[in-house]
Structures are given as C-alpha cells and as structure tokens.
Design a protein around this ligand. Structure first.
Ligand code: GDP
Ligand code: MN
Length: 384
C-alpha cells in the first residue's frame, strides 16, 4: 500500500518525526483557507502516487493568497506521469540550508534491513547511485538487534552531512526506523530531509509503502484503501477470481500456474516484446475460467495479441483445448491468439485445436516460438 505524501507525513508525525504544518484539500477555495491558517509563505503540493512532482510543476511556493489560488488552480487537475491530481497538500514553507536523502527498506538478499543516507538529497537517489555511489552511506541492520544508537551515529557521520545536522539526523533516523518496523512498512523514504538555516532537521517529503499483508495488525490502515490507485483491469479480473497483475505492454498473457505465468511474461520480454499482464488461470483450464480470462484481456485496449501458454498436468490437453474452443464461442476476441499447449495429452489437445486454426487462432509447438509469434503479431497490431 503506497501512501500519498500527506498520509506519509501524518504517519511520520505519529512517530515524532518533525514535518511542516499543513492540510489536504481538493478545492481552490479550501486551499486558500488552509494557507491562511498555516501561514505564508506556503507550498502547494500535488498528492499523487509518483515522484518527480517538483519537476512536473506539481510543487509551487506561494507568498500570498493570490499566488496560492493560482497554483492550487493550476495543480488541481494536472496530469503527472499519467496520475491526475485530485488532492493538494498546503503546508507552511520551510527555509532550506541543505537537502539530504534518507530511507529504510528491506535488503532481501542480505536478509537485513538497509538504511541509506546521503548528503546529496533532493534529486532522484537512482541518479546519485549511478553518478556518485560513494555519496550514499549504507547501513545493514540485523532485525533482531535493531538500529543501536552507536550504529546510527556512526552511519550519520559516514554520510558527511553538515555537522550542524548530526544530532537532528540521529534523532529523526532513530524515529524513522521505529516507524518502519512498528508500522510494518516495506519502504520509508524522506527526500529531501532538510537542514534549516536555524539548525533544525526536518522531513520535507514522505514516501511510505506499507505491507498490505500486515493490515490486520493496524485497523487504522483501512483509511488508505480509498486512496489506493485503482487498475480497472485488475478489479475486473479479481472479481472473477483470477490471479491478474496489470502491466503496460501489448501482449496479453494467459498461463496455468504462477510459475509458468511468470516465465511467460519473461519469455515475451526475452524475445523483444512487452507483456500487457500477468494472468494465472490456475489448474483448471475449463471453458468458464478461459472465457473469463479472455474477456479481461480482450477489454484491455492496449492488447494487440494474446499468448495462451498451457502446460497440462492434472488438467489434460483435450480439456484445455475444448475449454479454449468453447470460450472463443462465448467471447468475441479482437486480437489474434497464439497457443502453446504441452504436457499431459498434449497431442490429443492439439488434434482438437487443429481444425480451428486460422488467422485468429494459431498454434506453435514451443514456448519460445509461440512468444516470438505473439510478439510479431503485437508489433503488426501496433503499426495498424
Ligand atoms: P518531489 O519532486 O515529488 O520529490 O517533491 P518534493 O516534496 O521532494 O519537492 C520537490 C522540491 O521542492 C524539494 O526538493 C525542494 O527543493 C522544493 N520544496 C518543497 N517544499 C519546500 C519548502 O517548504 N520550501 C522550499 N524552499 N522548497 C521546497
Ligand atoms: Mn521528494
């Protein structure tokens, strides 16, 4: 569950991390009223589930009510990387002496938590990691031991922040680690973490991703459901009981079993295509399940070809073949389909499909050939 900046700041504040006073709204008039309350100058900030808002014109400083009104009106409705701004956050503006970066996340391969701190904040950390990796101080934290005061201080010193920021940074990072662990977060990030000319350290931005599997321990996390970004395709698929994840390519993918579905997504990428989705129809490839899967994929206007990749196990090839033929009678499909059918009774299944093959329904004997054909068809579809 990804939080919006203002939700992340409220989450931080509940652990004692200093953030600016502010309020969220969806209207221009309210924005001005909030600005009057928090005091000028204010920053008007777009609340969307993506970074780089500053560069996209979604973060603006306002000295007075007129400027606040103009910025609020411009930012509401703005499209930032495909996210339309419905909510803005108005906060009292801070004076900035320096901008830092701080985060905690899980390092799965190290089986430890990873803290990252850099004196080069404000910019995207990926570009710092690329151009100047030694500017990022890293700390691995054993989850059983936690972040000890000594380790935290040594880490802050290694990051070469302004010495005036040391105490404030140690304090905030200690609280940030507690928020990360107790709040069951997958990621907490402050970019920029600022040093003010007056010497205080302060969180100016918040990126928080909470573990959706831990919500039962945090009843208050229910409030975040309403602001989660929705993928209509995923909602339709989940309503049909399908394991579906929306992606942004043009080859629709249907496979049986999560492992095969992931391999199918990989092989589409491997041959130069881009999958439109991950879809695991599970063990039973009967007509109902297949029709549901085809319907979801057919409704995705980005799909230009469909790759059905089935490996018969307990489900026999002829059941799969009959399921596909029956499903195609029920759903009128707009993209060409390429089938790869293997496993138990594959020959019997292929024999059933054979008489139905045409420009709309094709079959290949290997996964790689089927992927190549589906990708080639998607490319022709894109050109049209
Ligand atoms: P992002 O672009 O989505 O990461 O949004 P941020 O919240 O990080 O804001 C982008 C940039 O706007 C920051 O790096 C700051 O340079 C600037 N900014 C944000 N809030 C303030 C503020 O209160 N005062 C000043 N002077 N600049 C701010
Ligand atoms: Mn930021």
């Amino acid at each position: 569950m990804d939080l919006l900046e203002y939700q992340g700041k409220q989450f931080f504040a509940s652990y004692g991390i200093p953030v600016s006073a502010g309020e969220a709204t969806g209207t221009v008039d309210e924005a001005v009223a909030i600005a009057d309350r928090v005091g000028y100058p204010v920053v008007v900030k777009a609340q969307v589930h993506t970074g780089g808002r500053g560069k996209a014109g979604g973060v603006k400083l306002a000295e007075n009510a007129d400027e606040c009104r103009t910025h609020a009106a411009n930012i509401l409705g703005l499209d930032i990387k495909g996210h339309i701004v419905n909510t803005i956050w108005i906060e009292n503006a801070s004076d900035i002496a320096e901008e830092y970066y701080a985060s905690f996340t899980l390092d799965r391969s190290a089986k430890q938590h990873l803290g990252m701190l850099s004196a080069e904040g404000g910019v995207e950390i990926e570009s710092v990691a690329e151009s100047n990796p030694e500017a990022i101080a890293k700390i691995h934290i054993d989850p059983v031991v936690g972040l000890t005061p000594d380790a935290c201080r040594a880490w802050v010193e290694a990051a070469n922040l302004n010495p005036a920021a040391t105490e404030g940074a140690v304090d905030i990072l200690t609280k940030l680690y507690t928020a990360y662990v107790e709040g069951d977060a997958d990621l907490v990030e402050i970019n920029p973490l600022i040093l003010k000319p007056t010497g205080e350290v302060h969180a100016l931005d918040a990126k928080v991703s909470l573990d959706g599997n831990a919500t039962f321990e945090h009843p208050d996390y229910e409030q975040y459901d309403a602001t989660q970004p929705r993928d209509e395709r995923e909602e339709a698929a989940h309503a049909k009981g399908l394991q579906y994840v929306g992606l942004d390519g043009s080859v629709g993918v249907i496979a049986n079993g999560a492992g095969l579905a992931m391999s199918t997504v990989d092989v589409v990428n491997q041959v130069g295509g881009s999958p439109a989705n991950f879809l695991d129809i599970g063990g039973g490839a009967n007509a109902d399940v297949m029709a549901g899967a085809l319907e979801v994929i057919n409704n995705d206007t980005a799909v230009k070809s469909i790759f059905i990749n089935i490996f018969g196990g307990i489900t026999r090839g002829e059941e799969v073949a009959n399921g596909i033929i029956e499903a195609m009678k029920r759903v009128s499909i707009s993209s060409p389909i390429v089938i790869r059918l293997d496993g138990t009774n594959a020959n019997e299944g292929r024999a059933i499909l054979e008489p139905h093959l045409n420009e709309q329904l094709m079959m290949e004997s290997t996964m790689l050939d089927a992927a190549r054909r589906a990708v080639a068809l998607a490319a022709t579809g894109d050109a049209n």
